[in-house]
Design a protein around this ligand. Structure first.
Ligand code: V4E
Length: 222
């Protein structure tokens, strides 16, 4: 299981020029994401993001990493504040187990039997999970080899463009080192030190699901 450490940014002509000069383009793809939650938003209110992408289930959830309590300089903590980090789970049995743990109360006697087969497409309906967001993304990906980061430039079909600098680390891996790599890459791209940029989901929910958005905002999830 890996942890994705990332910083979002807005890409302008200057950033693009630097990326074309120093980055290596590693591919281009299109995918459709569908995000699921209960009617009461029991997953997202815990900052858990369940989706299907290219026919596979994925769950992003918060993680505590070992060096979060380590001493940091002001500069390091400012850079860290611009980054987020989430555990990425792609094993369907594990996703089902975690989701069931959260929404036990909607299951009969605390137990809803799910078929062990990964082909059981109806498992999410049995847990009363419904799709609350769906959008298609065109993505171009680059690497900055010297900094050891990957950069994705996303264009969502609802008209929002956003970039992300990301580093994958193993669970319990060196978060500070990943944040440092992201900070170096951000400097190379000429990004401002104090700009926290919205992800696709923020913009999508604010536009199309304002009640859900307001709830997440009030609980400081977004
Ligand atoms: C974790 C999360 C959400 C799930 C989608 O995560 P995101 O990184 O935005 O997905 P995507 O498609 O851009 O990248 P990929 O998964 O392919 O690497 S939706 C909201 N969150 C929480 C969150 C947050 N609190 N702050 C920021 C800046 N981003 C996401």
């Amino acid at each position: 299981m890996s942890v994705e450490v990332e910083r979002k940014f807005l890409c302008n002509a200057g950033t693009m020029k630097t990326l074309e000069e120093f980055g290596v383009c590693v591919g281009q793809q299109q995918f459709r994401d569908q995000y699921f939650d209960t009617e009461k938003f029991e997953l997202t209110l815990r900052d858990m993001w369940l989706r299907t992408r290219k026919g596979c289930w994925e769950l992003k959830c918060p993680t505590l990493t070992v060096n979060e309590t380590e001493e940091t300089t002001g500069e390091q903590s400012r850079a860290a504040a611009l980054c987020s980090h989430y555990k990425e789970i792609t094993s369907l049995p594990e996703i089902q187990q975690r989701v069931k743990e959260v929404i036990k109360d909607v299951c009969v006697d605390g137990e809803t039997e799910l078929a062990p087969s990964q082909e059981d497409e109806s498992w999410h309906s049995k847990l009363n999970l419904v799709c609350f967001a769906a959008f298609t993304t065109e993505r171009r990906s680059f690497t900055l080899e010297e900094e050891g980061v990957r950069i994705d430039l996303d264009q969502a079909d609802f008209g929002y463009h956003v970039g992300e600098i990301e580093v994958l680390i193993p669970e319990g891996g060196d978060l500070q080192c990943a944040q440092e790599k992201i900070r170096n890459a951000a400097q190379k791209l000429g990004l401002s030190e104090d700009e926290r940029v919205e992800g696709k989901m923020n913009v999508y929910l604010r536009r199309y699901q304002p009640e859900h958005y307001a709830k997440l905002l009030s609980k400081h999830i977004l």
